[in-house]
Design a protein around this ligand. Sequence first.
Ligand code: SAM
Ligand code: SF4
Length: 317
Amino acid sequence: MIDTYGRDIYYLRLSVTERCNLRCRYCMPEEGICKKKHEEMLTENEMVQAVEVAASMGFRKVRLTGGEPLVQKNILSICQRVAAVPGIQEVCLTTNATLLPELAKPLREAGVSRLNISLDTLDEEKYTYITRRGRLEEAMSGIEAAIAAGFQKIKINAVLIGGFNDDEIEKLAELTLCYPVDVRFIELMPIGDSEEFGQEAMIPCEEVLRRLPQLTPCEHDGGVAALYHLPGALGNVGLIRPISQHFCDTCNRMRLTADGKLKPCLHSSQEFNIKGLDKDGVEQQLKEAILAKPARHAELSAKHRSESGRNMNQIGG
Ligand code: SAM
Ligand code: SF4
């Protein structure tokens, strides 16, 4: 469906859970989430119904996210059912990779076509620090399991955090030399728990170009990243700049949270409930949510924090 500003909205980001097996410092609090009642969350049938309604309105791409989607017990069934919805051409999933050693192959068999994997550091101690509990080894085994399962065009996303991983830009980008993956640097967003890193942590992606002058620009793939290439690399290096160059003009997304709220914009608190609604009710809410998409989000900076009103694990990124 076309929104008020002429943008074709065809990409649904469906968060299947707020829970996670990690606690990344910029994403969620150490104590985890304040557990919502089971009845407040979307059921599997409600998620599939929402995708069916979205597909009937022209949505073609679904990304399953979270929290960590792979901690959700029925994730394979959700993937299978979403992939089978007529009109849905692509089912992607964003994960921290730690559970991929067991799940990469079943996910592919369930119809997931693409994986985005979050990895902010290649240093074991720093990995455990930033995730407050994870082990780098598990994430790396997950990446290898995804490649072995035959996933193509895997994207590794690293949140660029000044004073934490800006000294690893080269090492992270060089993953594209040994693995057939794209490595994308994402500017840290002032949302939820990212405040503890302070103003210095919010560095622009330009820093990647300064550190890697050998990067050459390459053709845009239609996504939100500007793409570059290292000589001899198997994949590209991407820069995603939500702060220094927002991409609202080309926004094609609608977000659906695990507790059933449609979010027209990541950085706005405006939400449209679909929990408990039948197909007609969902359709009405989805139409309203699309028409409520703003031309762009309010200013974002260390001083102007996101107006989202949620932590990232409660939205899905
Ligand atoms: N658990 C999965 C994962 O980590 O890939 C999916 C959910 S996670 C909320 C989705 C993405 O949001 C991750 O790539 C994460 O790095 C990113 N994210 C979370 N908080 C962020 C922030 N403050 N700024 C930029 N990206 C953030
Ligand atoms: Fe979990 Fe992903 Fe948030 Fe990290 S970024 S705490 S892995 S939901």
